[in-house]
Design a protein around this ligand. Structure first.
Ligand code: ZN
Length: 189
């Protein structure tokens, strides 16, 4: 999978063969190898470039979380898998922290839970930032429900009052549902 720096290879020109027999020296369009005069402006090329740029961005964001996108793997599928694993971890951790007294916030289990929660929410953020296909929106929605429950529990542990919690929970729910709602609105239009 191309990285962002490979999408614009240090000003390498388009390079298409010209009618005069030379090679085109125009800058390629963003996310592409060809310029606007050599296929870069076509709807297919623009769509492909958009997908490449989005995948490169997801790949970079996953990389910052230590998730490698190997070889020709689709970063969106890697993201979906990482989200699913993080959700599984969250459910497991929820079962574990349920047996911990809420007063022991320094308990290693609670700390691990907080780290798991942080990772899951970062992955959910990448998913929410990405204009994903519908299958991914479903994953994001399932994730939002799990995150909502998980964050509520986490806030109980750090002793946040219910009055403080509710606006945050509401804002989070709205934010996490945003990509799903946009897709639904798009489908209805
Ligand atoms: Zn060109």
């Amino acid at each position: 999978m191309a990285r962002p720096d490979e999408l614009q290879p240090h000003g390498a020109p388009c390079g298409a063969r010209t009618r005069s027999g030379g090679t085109c020296g125009h800058a390629p369009m963003v996310g592409q190898r060809r310029c606007r005069f050599h296929g870069g402006a076509s709807p297919q090329a623009r769509r492909a470039a958009k997908h490449r740029i989005e995948r490169a961005r997801v790949s970079a964001a996953l990389g910052r979380l230590g998730v490698a996108v190997e070889g020709t793997a689709d970063p969106l599928e890697v993201l979906a898998h990482a989200l699913s694993v993080a959700n599984g971890d969250l459910h497991t951790m929820q079962g574990m922290v349920a047996n911990v007294e809420p007063t022991s916030a320094s308990d290693p289990t609670v700390r691990l839970y907080a780290e798991t929660l942080d990772r899951a929410s970062r992955l959910a953020k990448i998913a929410a930032d990405t204009n994903l296909a519908e299958r991914m929106a479903t994953v994001a929605e399932a994730d939002a429900v799990a995150l909502h429950a998980a964050l509520e529990r986490a806030m109980t542990f750090v002793g946040l009052a219910l009055d403080d919690r509710e606006p945050l929970m509401h804002a989070l729910a709205v934010e996490l549902r945003r990509p799903v709602l946009q897709l639904q609105a798009g489908a209805a239009a």
